[in-house]
Design a protein. Structure first.
Length: 184
């Protein structure tokens, strides 16, 4: 290395003033180019990449926030249903329907259990209720009490017929569904 340095110093000494100026300018230009390529260029590229990553991260954040808002919009009604299922009166759906019928002054002709679909988290119980010779007010009152009961009850099917012998009275058949959380 020392030998190479000595040769460069000797070659520099043999150059004229004009050649020294040209070689010095070229050396400075080379040093500036190497400095730019080794330090400034990578720093600028890193800054540009950082800006692009920041923009991409902001876009991803907005997308996640939009998905969260959508999830909350969908989850809120489901959470209310889950709370009604778990917070309502547990027990026999037949007893609940009989109590509501008594409160509505409705006489239930029959109640029969129906097959229901199974779920991993909830057990569904269905009951077909038949009412004979009831007024419209009695039927509406009973159905309203069922829909607004503490325990989540929902009316799945409803069939209403007027009676041929007394047109002011109705024969009504409907299916009520109830859900209870399966204990694990």
């Amino acid at each position: 290395m020392k030998l190479l340095w000595n040769r460069l110093v000797d070659a520099w000494g043999e150059l004229s003033a004009r050649e020294r100026t040209l070689v010095g300018g070229a050396g400075v230009a080379l040093a500036i180019a190497l400095f730019y390529l080794a330090i400034i260029g990578p720093a600028l590229d890193f800054a540009a990449d950082a800006r692009q990553r920041a923009v991409a991260a902001e876009e991803q954040l907005r997308a996640v926030q939009a998905l969260r808002a959508r999830y909350d919009l969908i989850d809120a009604p489901l959470r209310k249903v889950r709370e009604r299922i778990s917070g309502g009166a547990q027990g026999e759906i037949f007893t609940t329907l009989e109590e509501l019928a008594r409160e509505s002054a409705v006489k239930v002709a029959s109640m029969e259990p129906r097959t229901s679909s199974a779920s991993d988290a909830y057990e569904e119980t269905k009951v077909q209720v038949v009412l004979k010779s009831q007024t419209l007010a009695q039927v509406v009152n009973y159905l309203h009490r069922i829909e607004s009961a503490a325990h989540l009850l929902s009316i799945k099917t409803l069939r209403i017929r007027t009676r041929a012998d007394k047109p002011e009275l109705l024969d009504v058949t409907f299916t009520v569904s109830s859900f209870e959380r399966i204990q694990s």
